[in-house]
Design a protein around this ligand. Structure first.
Ligand SMILES: CCCCC/C=C\CCCC/C=C/C(=O)SCCNC(=O)CCNC(=O)[C@H](O)C(C)(C)COP(=O)(O)OP(=O)(O)OC[C@H]1O[C@@H](n2cnc3c(N)ncnc32)[C@H](O)[C@@H]1OP(=O)(O)O
Length: 300
């Protein structure tokens, strides 16, 4: 898949992709890997490779809530691109290193009080991450070990399979309307593809965040397991998926997902312009302000 990352050279230059991760990389072999196999990654993305299994675990660590800032998105993109281009790997497990939070979704501070050029650059990176995960040739499994609203839910929905930890706090859904904003058409498409039209219609309008039992029932996740079994379950599901020949699985995945991805690919620039126009409205900026204040006040 030829996707351009399309971020400002400055943004990319600021990052140090593939730098050894302090602490994690200091001689600690990756779990399940043989001696000499080291964790690698970037400041916000820790990659634990298991070359023998052909699997890498990608841990998001952008504390406190793994909000998808521009820098974090860029690091995720670079990690994914690297893994995708390395023939050692056939599958990745995406999980979180922030306790209780898978991802709080898009970083509201990238959309609030920003100029149009910044919003456009940000939205391009959001599109890019979605396309890269959604169309990945690798098997992508979400080991969802925390709450995942909005953009966090989109990231989960873009995986091939979702395992959610059974904790009532770990709700998942596209809750944009609760913020006074709307889920873009491609977020909506992925939800419809996953849970069906009627369920998506209700969930989107009401901004449902499904706790684990409801999430399983509606089909927004594939499995709910005790919290301490999320990673091991993701590993055994991965083994099942990797038992299928790559070429057959990849072509099938493409067959199923391409029409949805094409809807965005055919109008990426227009989608960016729509986003910038929408997010720049006074009324939307006001809604974001109110929501951010609410998050602050919640702390007391
Ligand atoms: C017509 C065409 C239209 C085109 C489309 C147009 C428009 C827009 C589409 C936009 C799609 C948007 C997608 C999104 O993902 S929006 C983000 C949605 N996320 C949320 O609603 C989650 C908000 N966060 C929370 O609910 C909680 O933080 C939590 C995740 C449950 C964690 O709770 P807790 O552990 O208690 O932590 P705090 O609430 O205290 O948060 C810690 C600090 O992190 C800040 N924070 C939290 N979430 C975000 C975020 N998403 N972005 C930026 N910052 C975030 C929070 O304010 C705290 O900051 P502080 O320490 O400085 O106070």
């Amino acid at each position: 898949m030829a996707l351009t990352v399309g971020l400002r050279p400055l943004t990319r230059a600021l990052l140090r992709p593939w730098a050894r991760v302090p602490g994690a990389a200091l001689g600690r072999p990756a779990a399940g890997s043989g001696d000499g196999v080291r964790c690698f990654g970037s400041p916000r993305v820790l990659v634990e490779p298991d070359p023998a299994a052909g699997v890498a675990v990608m841990k998001m660590r952008n504390p406190p809530v793994n909000s998808l800032s521009l820098e974090f998105l860029t690091e995720l993109l670079i990690s994914l691109e690297k893994l995708e281009n390395d023939k050692t790997f056939r599958g990745i497990i995406i999980t979180s290193d922030c306790p209780g939070i898978f991802s709080a979704g898009l970083d509201l501070l990238e959309m609030y009080g920003r100029d149009p050029a910044h919003c456009a650059e940000y939205w391009k990176a959001v599109q890019e991450l979605w396309l890269r995960v959604y169309l990945s040739n690798l098997v992508v499994i979400g080991a969802i070990n925390g709450i995942s609203p909005a953009g966090g839910c989109l990231l989960s929905l873009s995986c091939d399979y979702r395992v959610l930890a059974n904790n009532p706090k770990y709700a998942i859904g596209l809750n944009e309307t609760l913020l006074g904003i709307i889920a873009p058409f491609w977020f909506k498409d992925v939800l419809v593809n996953t849970i069906g039209h009627r369920a998506a219609e209700r969930a989107l309008q009401l901004g449902f965040l499904f706790p684990p039992s409801d999430a399983l029932q509606v089909g927004i996740v594939d499995q709910v397991v005790p919290e301490d079994q999320v990673q091991s379950t993701a590993r055994s599901v991965m083994a099942q998926w990797l038992a299928i020949p790559d070429h057959a699985r990849q072509l099938t995945k493409n067959l199923v997902r391409k029409p949805t991805a094409d809807r965005l690919l055919q109008q990426r620039d227009a989608d960016i312009q729509n986003f910038v126009r929408f997010i720049s409205r006074d009324s939307i900026q006001k809604s974001l302000h109110v929501y951010l204040e609410k998050l602050k006040q919640k702390k007391g």
